[in-house]
Design a protein around this ligand. Structure first.
Ligand code: Q46
Ligand code: ZN
Ligand code: ZN
Length: 307
């Protein structure tokens, strides 16, 4: 198969776009598309300071690489969760992120959960759930809390995460399956800044995992291929698998599903549920200062308080 723009061999064929590109034209296309999404959804400008949440995997390192190439002021944040196992997942991922940053002379901020909080994420989960559940709920809470806290403390105006099309579509699909009506309207390429919350953006929301992986490989990015050991067997992976099988039969179905949802949101067919009492009142958490609706410690600080 040939590149659609030159006689070279194509490295990727994207059936949903009816496009095949070579090792030179593919990264160019990928970077231009990202810039288009950033503008279309008014994510940020060259005046913003952007904190990119990096995990050491293909998506987040690709995102940081693209923002760097586009000349944005983007620094990285790695949260070491203390996840080990046969493959020292967190430490290996941190090393990959650090190496990436060093090669480009970019600044990587590291937040080590165990060093800062005295316990790793699996240990916290074990204590709070007595090992009955995977640590993912606790992990998600701590990551979201830490990303917002670090972005604010370090003076960034925007927090960028590398959620891709597969992440978003499987998340939406899962929320629809369980009719999670509160969560559904919150899924968006941009979450505006609110009192105590930094603006959150997802510039890769239209790229599939296959496309971000192809970009990382073509650019020679040394990313961690291993998934977190706790991801195995998760519902999100089951949904991704199912949706990929559908995509095989119906190229473009994932993208149409997500964009159709965003259109419906924009046109006001789907809107956030107002609480009966009207707006939720947020107060600063007495321990960390982040906004919370509990009137006392926020959910993350409560996890540590129980210790
Ligand atoms: S939530 Fe769960 Fe992930 Fe945390 S424990 Fe691993 S799989 S890293 S996206
Ligand atoms: Zn080409
Ligand atoms: Zn708190």
């Amino acid at each position: 198969m040939r590149c659609h723009k030159c006689p070279q061999r194509a490295v990727i064929r994207m059936r949903q776009h009816r496009l095949a590109l070579c090792k030179d034209h593919y990264p160019q296309w990928f970077i231009e598309q990202t810039q288009r999404f950033i503008e279309k959804y008014r994510m940020f400008t060259h005046q913003d300071r952007i904190l990119v949440a990096v995990s050491g995997g293909k998506d987040s390192l690709a995102l940081w690489d693209v923002l760097w190439q586009l000349g944005y002021e983007a620094e990285g944040l790695y949260i070491n969760l203390g996840i080990g196992g046969e493959f020292a997942y967190s430490d290996e991922s941190q090393q990959a992120a650090q190496k990436f940053a060093d090669q480009r002379r970019l600044k990587l901020h590291i937040y080590h959960v165990e060093e800062r909080r005295g316990e790793s994420v699996p240990a916290i989960a074990l204590r709070t759930h007595r090992g009955r559940q995977k640590p993912c709920a606790v992990c998600g809470l701590i990551k979201r809390h830490t990303m917002n806290q670090m972005a604010r403390q370090l003076g960034f105006s925007v927090l960028a995460t590398a959620h891709n099309l597969d992440d978003e579509v499987s998340f939406l699909f899962g929320n629809l399956l369980s009719w999670n009506l509160r969560q559904i309207p919150r899924q968006s390429p941009v979450l505006e800044a609110e009192e105590g919350f930094v603006r959150k953006v997802k510039p890769f929301i239209r790229f599939s995992e296959r496309e971000t992986a192809a970009y990382s490989i073509v650019r020679g990015i040394e990313y961690i291929e291993e998934e977190c050991p706790f991801a195995e067997g998760s519902k999100q992976l089951q949904y991704k698998d199912l949706l990929n099988r559908l995509e095989e039969q119906q190229p473009g179905v994932k993208l149409r599903f997500l964009l159709g949802f965003f259109n419906a949101m924009e046109q006001g067919f789907i809107h956030p549920i107002e609480d009966e009492q009207g707006e939720v009142i947020l107060n600063p958490c007495p321990s960390c200062g982040q906004p919370t609706s509990t009137g006392d410690l926020c959910a993350t600080c409560r996890l540590f308080e129980e210790n």
